[in-house]
Design a protein around this ligand. Structure first.
Ligand code: NAD
Ligand code: 5JK
Length: 410
């Protein structure tokens, strides 16, 4: 089954190449709780617990939220398998509830480890991925994890008879493209030239294509595989590492951050709790509405306001004591481009000696400086998605998390 329309399909071209340490606390520090927020999707005690779910990358920023959301809002869950290269100690606290939580330390690039984890699961939510736009990992490693890892997940579903696969894709499979074309409040069908050069968007686009093409393949037992892909924009919320980095940078600079990007460049953002909720809902509804949802892509969206990357961050960092200096960028854009190019050169020169991976490089500058926002209701129409958290809730939760960080500027 194909996608609706033929617009921002992400089936674009990639120009150029084809194809840590154990975590102690959860990325959020275990500071979020989904019970008692909104009644929608609450566990119904009369439902029978019979389903086995597997979440790959379940100890990552998004993965942890998906795991916690499933436990609180998927009443039919019997067993939840959490598969990750690095398991978080926070998983232990989840093992006392009614759902069997099985922690599996494994690598998606290892087909046999994936197959063992998938065997017997009804649904796989594949969020594991190497999110690297800073040049920390080699392009080969990014492809190995994001593309080969996804192939392994698909093949494991086919071999073991798992029928439902939800893939965490990214807005980056669409854009911003290498030409810096703006995508202004577009939807899944908005025409856009999806042409990339960077390994991260290329790998996500390839992986997404594999997942969508696998829709309808016969799995072990003869029934068809049903797949779909979710494309979050820039995710924020409890546990967001880059927000943490900006906060600490602001503290180092005496409570100030300096504007680098014009306030007029809108950047799409979505609250992690809503992204997690959309995963839970899509996984549930995929089992009921396979004909409609199979092979489809959905942008992840909520009511977060359209703002520039930096102005959006200030919604949280401002109440935590930081201020954004200047109404216009302090440094002219040509100089930023020069600095970004210099950083790329330094990264390449220093690579044999050390890893130099600053936030600013030609790719991150282009992404931050190109408007890319979505405005769609496809998920609402197809599977009844409504954000679980209002903008006010999302903002309050994120501010509370920043404030709880050590060394708050207040
Ligand atoms: N953060 C964002 O803004 C954003 C936006 C859109 C899409 N995404 C996608 O969401 C997913 C999760 O991203 P995140 O921000 O939570 O990143 P993250 O790095 O916090 O989480 C990724 C998880 O995958 C695990 N992982 C990495 N390589 C693995 C391997 N070989 N085998 C098993 N596990 C492995 C990591 O240990 C980590 O726990 C990714 O697929 C990413 O592409 C993220
Ligand atoms: C000019 C600079 C100093 C810019 C610094 C900000 C930069 C590090 C930010 C800006 C936009 C961010 C990306 C964006 O939110 C969306 C995604 C998609 C997701 O799949 C992976 C993360 C990524 C690429 C964000 C990375 C950090 C970026 C580039």
């Amino acid at each position: 089954m194909g996608q609706e329309g033929g617009g921002a399909s992400g089936r674009g071209r990639c120009v150029g190449r084809p194809a840590g340490a154990p975590k102690e606390d959860g990325p959020s520090g275990g500071q979020f709780e989904y019970l008692g927020t909104v009644a929608a999707g609450m566990a119904d005690s009369t439902e029978v617990r019979e389903l086995v779910y597997l979440v790959t990358g379940g100890c990552g920023f998004l993965g942890e939220h998906v795991v916690r959301m499933l436990l609180q809002r998927e009443p039919r869950l019997l067993e939840l398998r959490v598969f990750d290269l690095h398991l978080g100690a926070w998983l232990e606290e989840l093992k006392t509830g009614p759902v069997q939580v099985t922690a599996i330390q494994g690598d998606v690039t290892q087909a046999h480890e994936v197959a063992a984890a998938v065997a017997g699961a009804h649904v796989v939510i594949h969020t594991a991925g190497l999110v690297d736009v800073f040049g920390r990992a080699s392009p080969e490693t990014i492809y190995e994890v994001n593309v080969q890892g996804t192939k392994n997940v698909i093949e494991a579903c086919v071999q073991t008879g798992t029928r439902f696969l939800v893939y965490t894709s990214s807005m980056e499979v669409v854009g911003p493209n290498i030409k810096g074309h703006h995508f202004y409040r577009g939807n899944e069908d908005t025409p856009y030239e999806a042409v990339h050069r960077h390994p991260y968007p290329c790998s996500k686009a390839q992986a997404e294509r594999l997942v969508l093409e696998a829709n309808g393949r016969k799995v072990h037992g003869g029934l068809p595989l049903v797949t779909c892909a979710l494309r979050p924009t820039g995710i924020y919320g409890e546990g967001h590492q880059i927000m943490r980095d900006f906060y600490h940078q602001g503290l180092r600079l005496g409570g100030r951050l300096f504007r680098t990007i014009p306030a007029s460049v809108e950047h799409g953002r979505v609250y992690v709790g809503n992204v997690a909720w959309m995963h839970v809902l899509v996984a549930r509804e995929l089992q009921q509405r396979a004909a409609l949802m199979g092979g489809q892509v959905y942008f992840c969206y909520d009511q977060s306001p359209y703002k520039s990357y930096e102005d959006f961050n200030m919604e949280f960092l401002g109440p935590c004591g930081l201020r954004l200096v200047e109404t216009r960028p302090l440094v002219p854009y040509w100089l930023l481009m020069l600095l970004a190019a210099l950083n790329a050169l330094l990264q390449w020169l220093l690579r044999p000696l050390l890893l130099y991976a600053p936030l600013l490089n030609p790719y991150t500058l282009a992404v931050a400086n190109t408007a890319f926002t979505v405005n769609t209701d496809k998920a609402q129409r197809h599977f009844g998605y409504e954000p679980l958290f209002s903008w006010e809730d999302s903002r309050t939760r994120t501010i509370r998390w920043v404030q709880a960080m050590e060394g708050s500027a207040r």
